[in-house]
Design a protein around this ligand. Structure first.
Ligand code: PMP
Length: 400
């Protein structure tokens, strides 16, 4: 009965790893997927996560019962506090409802499903370009996806004028997806002053902000600094949605732990919103997994563990910043034609190199370096040892 099912294409990002795994070269390098690697090129489990897991294992009172539909209450509270700030008036006034989600992706999806059912505007504006899963998540939830200008290839920076024009022309009430920090794939973020202008424009047109916060702590190394854009919008008393992921900042990729917060104007509205979120979640996956949320809650509620986490997080962010400098220096040393200063200016896990798809294909074929065809490289996958190989490949690609 399934004989007519056609072969689907590989996912453009995860497919890079599939191709990488098939390559037998000892020099192969995977800069496709956005997962942190150590200087030795190995995945990293944070020490603070190991400690939290030990605490959980040793607690004989812990059972494996189902969580409520909305997830672990303590985790939800701590997650809202992490992104909105310990002193957030919205939290103090009980205007925020938070549900545990299946990492960032699941949290975005639950938010999208809720909006499709209960919000009067069906159009969501996403930046151009954006993370490849965004249009799929929102379309499948029943929203209509449009784009706003974001990246300017000429400057390899923000097209701020284009962004303001496109959001200014959006219909009143439209939803706008904003990367809270460390924009993926471009590594280009607005300045705080630009965020303030975006906020004013969006509020004046009643555009609804939906923040995707997948890299809190990874951009600057500080959890509070990276949360500033979200807090700016919450401080004005208006509504917004925030999807959080602990994949990158706590290295919990496969545990699938995240949260969706919806900030409302009144406490009674937020409790009605929560009741509807439960109706979205129950038929999708019933209730979320216990283990990852327990790890996060254990870390966030203990001052000592929390402090250790911030140190480990900063070390990851700093290693990435060091890789940016080393790659820039290596290209400068080779006299590679072009301006490569964007490598040190861009923020977060990725560099949007500006290499085109043919150059990428050349680097994969000749140098066994794997990345998405848009020229995005994961700086977290680089090490001091592999920088020269990458710099040789880029140099060869742009001078051939
Ligand atoms: N949003 C963005 C911008 C991302 O880059 C990612 C991860 N690549 C996610 C959301 C979601 O990731 P996850 O579901 O693993 O938390």
């Amino acid at each position: 009965v399934f004989a007519n099912v056609v072969q689907a294409p590989e996912d453009p990002i995860l497919g890079v790893t599939v191709a990488y795994n098939k390559d037998t070269s000892p020099n192969k390098l995977n800069l496709g997927v956005g997962a942190y690697r150590t200087e030795e090129g190995k995945p990293l489990v944070l020490n603070v996560v190991r400690r939290a897991e030990q605490i959980l294992v040793n607690d004989q009172a812990r059972v494996k019962e189902y969580l409520p539909i909305v997830g672990l209450a303590e985790f939800n509270k701590l997650s809202a506090k992490l992104i909105l700030g310990a002193d957030s008036p919205a939290i103090a006034e009980s205007r925020v409802t938070t549900v545990q989600g299946l990492s960032g992706t699941g949290s975005l999806r639950v938010g999208a499903e809720f909006l499709a059912r209960h919000y009067h505007q069906r159009t969501i504006y996403i930046p151009l370009p954006t993370w490849g899963n965004h249009p799929k998540i929102f379309t499948i939830a029943g929203l209509s996806v449009k784009t706003y200008r974001y990246y300017d290839p000429a400057t390899r920076g923000l097209d701020f004028q284009g962004l303001l024009e496109d959001l200014g022309a959006a219909p009143s009430g439209a939803i706008v997806l904003l990367h809270a920090c460390a924009h993926n794939p471009t590594g280009v973020d607005p300045t705080l002053e630009q965020w303030e202008q975006i906020r004013q424009l969006m509020r004046s047109k009643a555009l609804l902000p939906f923040f995707d916060s997948a890299y809190q702590g990874f951009a600057s190394g500080s959890l509070d600094i990276d949360a500033q854009p979200v807090r700016l919008f919450v401080a004005d008393g208006g509504e917004c949605l925030v999807a959080q992921s602990y994949a990158k900042n706590m290295g919990l990729y496969g545990e699938r732990v995240g949260a969706l917060s919806i900030v409302c104007k009144k406490a009674d509205v937020s409790s009605r919103v929560e009741s509807q979120l439960k109706l979205v979640i129950r038929p999708m996956y019933s209730n979320p997994p216990l283990h990852g949320a327990s790890i996060v809650a254990t870390v966030l509620k203990d001052r000592d563990l929390y402090n250790e986490w911030t140190v480990e997080l900063k070390a990851m962010a700093d290693r990435i910043i060091t890789m940016r400098q080393k790659l820039f220096d290596a290209l400068t040393a080779r006299g590679t034609p072009g301006d490569w200063s964007h490598i040190i200016k861009q923020i977060g896990m990725f560099t949007f190199t500006g290499l085109n798809s043919e150059q990428v294909a050349f680097m994969t074929k000749e140098y066994h370096i794997y990345m998405t065809s848009d020229g995005r490289i994961s700086m977290a996958g680089l090490s001091s040892k592999t920088v020269p190989h990458l710099a040789d490949a880029i140099h060869a690609a742009v001078t051939r």
